[in-house]
Design a protein around this ligand. Structure first.
Ligand SMILES: [Zn+2]
Length: 179
């Protein structure tokens, strides 16, 4: 046994072919095919799990003292719209449509056709992080990958982007509360 430093894993038995380990909402979840011993999976992937657990723990600790923003859904949508408008103009990109959806794996996404989807849970982020999130997504309309070029463009507007990225993880685990 090893100490994860976080809650005991949740174990789900499903008709999957191989065991799966998920951390996306900050709680370790093992998805196992019937008949697989959870302890064996935990031991086999112990190093990887410990690394992930450490990452989550550090970001949760950093989340202590962070407050969730209080704004209405309308205020949130207005904020996002104004960020999209301003940044689309300054980046010279065309945004087709903005969608809001509750997503369990990411804060935002965008399609090659210029559709931007923002996680409705971003309603709880401070203004500056909402602005960062929108900018980050719109930069993807210029560069799909997280490569040097991508981060250079991001840094032109948000020189402190590593801090913003890190904060987004802290807020992520905070809004999910390890659920
Ligand atoms: Zn990205």
């Amino acid at each position: 046994m090893f100490d994860l430093g976080i809650e005991a894993p949740r174990i789900l038995v499903r008709r999957v072919k191989y065991p799966r380990i998920e951390f996306r909402t900050g709680r370790l979840t093992l998805i196992l095919p019937p008949g697989v011993n959870p302890q064996e999976v935990l031991e086999k992937h112990g190093d990887w799990i410990a690394k992930k657990a450490k990452f989550i723990k550090e970001h949760l600790e950093a989340a202590r003292g962070l407050a969730l923003a209080e704004r209405s859904d309308r205020e949130f949508r207005e904020l996002v719209s104004s960020c999209v408008e301003g940044n689309a103009r300054s980046l010279g990109v065309e945004v087709n449509k903005v969608f809001f959806r509750r997503m369990k794996t990411k804060w935002a996404s965008c399609s090659a056709r210029g559709n931007v989807t923002i996680n409705s849970l971003a309603r709880f982020l401070p203004d500056r992080l909402v602005e960062y999130l929108v900018f980050h997504e719109l930069v993807h309309l210029l560069e799909r990958k997280h490569n040097d070029r991508f981060w250079r463009i991001v840094a032109s507007r948000f020189p402190d982007y590593p801090e913003s990225e890190s904060l987004l993880f802290s807020y992520w685990f905070l809004v999910w509360g390890g659920s």
